[in-house]
Design a protein around this ligand. Structure first.
Ligand code: GTP
Ligand code: MG
Length: 361
């Protein structure tokens, strides 16, 4: 049975329509991919967030009614909530509360199969959820009967200690894995014939793994679902296409992701930082305005995670799904910024321009 969900969104910029549309679409896509049944969507436009509930108290009353009428089990907020807001909302609405950050972490958790991703996700969850659990535990032991207070207090402090211990342990394990990865990166550059690394990067669903598979002969999983690939995959370029290249397929990003969330994938970021070239793959199946918005956001994200612009190649994929006119209009819209990058239009499905792409390596 699918969980019945209500989507909630606080829109703080009255004049913005484009970004908002994309943000809401993205929230719906993520919620559906996590198996929620979306029953209703509540949007409030006001320029100030309420520190108590994020949304105004009138809106909260409205949401309460919707939850009762439609038997809603979870309220999914686009906006990232503070621990206090989360606690207040859960108390007032009496249903499960999740924000976009939690939702993305849930998808990551569902998709993760390898040790590195699991550790990184667990650490991000510990750091995100702990302040919320702390508030809950604190309220609980304060409201318990006085004579039980000391035992409640003990449980509370032992929980904090367990959290700190677990976080320290994960950090140490990740640090070891990071050192091992840096050694592997250095080894690739050392040999007689140093290997050049090409990292395929970009939004989820852009076709990164599809491209990786055709360039290397691998058979890694491909799907329309968000974050099919989490941990990095490495494989040599097919021999007939060229010598001494290693391709890397890695985690995709999502529009408007919290930078701290993408930074939790430190090991995958190392792959992008140390690659000789980064292919910034963009799907041409989105609407034109969405492609433009995503293009600029992606560039900012590369900047944020320390990827040198000089090694980025912009690759527009899925041209089998779009008209020539769309390509012409897109080029006009991006003209002023695209000129700083080598770029190409390809189709990883029909193999259009794949030979030209390899020549650009
Ligand atoms: N029509 C068309 N579909 C494509 C093309 N490239 C990829 N796809 C499809 O797009 C979807 C996503 O492809 P993936 O290769 O899994 O995308 P990804 O970028 O690796 O996604 P994540 O691993 O989730 O980050 C799949 O359904 C592919 O079959 C293309 O050139 N044309
Ligand atoms: Mg993939």
């Amino acid at each position: 049975m699918k969980k019945r969900a209500l989507l909630c969104f606080l829109k703080t910029d009255i004049h913005d329509h484009k970004r908002f549309k994309l943000q809401l679409e993205e929230l719906k896509r993520l919620a559906i991919s996590m198996g929620y049944q979306i029953i209703e969507t509540v949007i409030q436009t006001r320029n100030k967030k309420s520190s108590r509930y994020l949304l105004g108290s009138g809106k909260i009353e409205e949401i309460k009614e919707l939850i009762e009428t439609y038997d809603i089990e979870v309220a999914l907020f686009y906006n990232v909530l503070t621990s206090k807001q989360n606690y207040n909302l859960a108390t007032a609405l009496k249903c499960e509360i999740k924000d976009r950050y939690d939702l993305i972490l849930d998808i990551f958790e569902q998709q993760s199969a390898d040790v590195v991703s699991k550790l990184q996700i667990e650490l991000a969850q510990e750091l995100k959820n702990f302040p919320k659990h702390k508030i809950q535990a604190h309220k609980k032991y304060k409201t318990e009967h006085a004579q039980f207070r000391s035992s409640g207090e003990f449980a509370y402090h032992s929980k904090i200690r367990a959290h700190d211990k677990r976080v320290a342990k994960i950090r140490k394990e990740l640090e070891n894995l990071k050192r091992r990865k840096l050694r592997q990166i250095a080894d690739r550059k050392k040999g007689k014939l140093p290997l050049k690394t090409i990292c395929i990067s970009g939004y989820y669903n852009a076709g990164k793994t599809t491209l990786f598979n055709i360039l290397t002969g691998a058979n890694k999983p491909v799907s329309k679902e968000p974050f099919t690939t989490l941990s990095s995959k490495y494989q040599r370029l097919k021999r007939k296409l060229g010598e001494n290249f290693v391709l890397i397929d890695t985690i995709g990003f999502v529009y408007d992701i919290d930078p701290s969330l993408i930074k939790s994938f430190e090991l995958q970021i190392l792959d992008m930082q140390y690659a000789d070239k980064v292919l910034y793959l963009i799907g041409m199946d989105d609407e034109l305005e969405v492609i433009v918005t995503k293009f600029y956001y992606g560039l900012d994200l590369f900047d944020e995670i320390g990827i040198d612009k000089s090694k980025i190649m912009v690759i527009f994929n899925k041209i089998d799904l779009c008209s020539d006119d769309k390509i012409i209009v897109l080029l006009e819209k991006l003209e002023k910024d695209l000129k700083y990058f080598p770029y190409l239009f390809i189709s990883a499905k029909t193999l259009k321009n794949i030979d030209l792409l390899v020549k650009m390596f």
